[in-house]
Design a protein around this ligand. Structure first.
Ligand code: UD1
Length: 417
């Protein structure tokens, strides 16, 4: 295990390039299992969640070749439709294999997935949707077994626009005998990326990015070459890091439109952010409190950026209110931020952040992926040295974090524990 040491109080300067999106690449990799073919994914981030997904593909019998940021999957040799428990527990997105395996094999056996501890994270919406498509689903404790003679098309209405459930429906739809329509579908850009990939595989898809997606499964499947889009949450994290540390930074490889709620919020707190094409130029001297923030499904403020934003505002003059509406236990990072001197009051899913004059470095342990990022952000703006442990959480979603921090002039280093 490693420790990330950060000596705070230095403004960030320079340029950082955002990697491919974790939340896009994982479903894209799962999609390669939905039909035997050859797939090439470019701009894949080097993350432990990607390693875990590749491990699942290999377990299923796929051949996977990795070279720098390219992952090639040959899923033609795949024979297995079962994923062992320990592989499922390594990440939440493993549940997306359910739809892909059903489409390909007509059956799937796996376990309730792992991932960050940020709420109860049920999969009832996934399972009831798959039942509506004709799958028989049985649950024995944490084991989930799905089987079907044939998957049928149909119109499904989600009671909540769940990203994972929408992705599972689209993947299962690739093996359906008719069109599948999802009403109240998730509108997240990562769902649109999956739709683009499935279209390249041969499906007819319309409506991605809106609340209604219609998929007509392919008559003929095609091999696919696809570029993973940039990670909007990583981009948001760099903006929050700048807000905490101060300075001037150029963030490359972003889709500014997808970041609108984060950019609007940080601008409301006094940060200067200009976008030019796929690049953001941002500068921050002093911050005041931001307009109240409420997380929600896209295009609302992303729940994944809630913890980084909270860390960014710890020294802002005045009081900011944040409400988390997606996950019920997503304030696990608050105690660590308090250890650095933050003044945060939490009541249920609401938090009040009162700006303090200064933060001090502390020894903290990452609680989850984005909570860990929040600790890094706070450490950059704190006086003195912070040591951050439990870095496996952060490694799930940030590629070469320490190297990128150093590239921006931060005093950061990785040591053995
Ligand atoms: C969530 C985020 C997504 C982010 C991903 C990774 C939202 C809406 N989704 O996706 O943007 O990229 O985490 O961090 O912000 N729920 C159910 N039953 C289900 C599935 C979900 O009740 O079967 C509820 C959960 O309890 C929770 C919410 O829906 O309140 C989670 O939304 P969902 O989009 O499904 O979560 P993820 O797919 O993990």
């Amino acid at each position: 295990m490693k420790i990330l040491t950060i000596e705070g109080g230095r403004p960030l300067t320079g340029c950082v390039r955002v990697s491919g999106a974790k939340n896009a690449v994982l479903p894209l990799l799962a999609a390669t299992a939905a039909h035997g073919g050859r797939y090439r994914l470019e701009n894949c981030p080097a993350l432990s969640d990607v390693d875990a997904t590749v491990d699942i593909l290999e377990h299923l019998g796929c051949r996977v070749y990795r070279n720098a940021d390219v992952i090639e999957v040959d899923s033609r040799p795949m024979r297995c439709a079962e994923i062992p428990r320990e592989k499922m527990l390594r990440l939440r997105s493993s549940v997306i294999f359910l739809g892909a395996l059903l489409a390909r094999c007509g059956r799937a056996q796996l376990w309730l997935p792992g991932g960050c501890c940020i709420g109860s994270r049920p999969i009832d919406l996934h399972l009831s949707a798959l039942r509506e498509l004709g799958a028989q689903v049985t649950e024995h404790g944490a084991r989930v077994h799905c089987a079907c003679e044939a998957l049928r098309g149909g119109t499904l209405r989600l009671r909540f626009p769940s990203v994972g459930a929408t992705e599972n429906i689209l993947l299962a739809g690739m093996g359906a005998d008719g069109p599948v329509t999802v009403i109240n579908a998730a509108r997240e850009p990562e769902v649109a990326a999956l739709a683009g990939f499935l279209r390249a595989m041969g499906a007819e898809i319309s409506g991605e990015g809106s609340g209604v997606i219609r998929l007509v499964p392919p008559r003929r499947f095609r091999d696919v070459r696809f570029r993973v889009p940039p990670d909007r949450i990583e981009a948001a994290t760099w903006l929050c890091a700048l807000a905490s540390a101060g300075g001037a930074v150029t963030v490359r490889n972003v889709c500014p439109d997808q970041l609108a709620p984060v950019i609007d919020c940080l601008r409301s707190a006094g940060m200067s952010i200009e976008s030019r094409g796929q690049t953001l130029h941002a500068a921050c001297e002093a911050l005041h409190a931001a307009a109240p923030v409420r997380t929600g499904p896209y295009p609302a403020f992303p729940t994944d950026a809630q913890a980084p934003l909270m860390a960014a505002l710890l020294k802002a003059e005045g009081t900011t209110y944040i409400e988390e509406t997606v996950f019920e236990h997503r304030f696990g990072h608050v105690d660590a931020l308090r250890a650095m001197g933050a003044d945060i009051a939490v009541s249920g899913t609401k938090a009040r952040i009162r700006g303090v004059g200064a933060l001090r470095g502390a020894d903290v342990a990452a609680t989850d992926l984005r909570g860990g990022a929040a600790m890094v952000i706070a450490a950059l703006g704190a006086e003195g040295v912070s040591h951050i442990t439990e870095l496996q959480h952060i490694g799930r979603g940030y590629e070469r974090l320490c190297e990128k921090l150093r590239g921006l002039g931060a005093e950061a280093r990785l040591d053995a524990e």
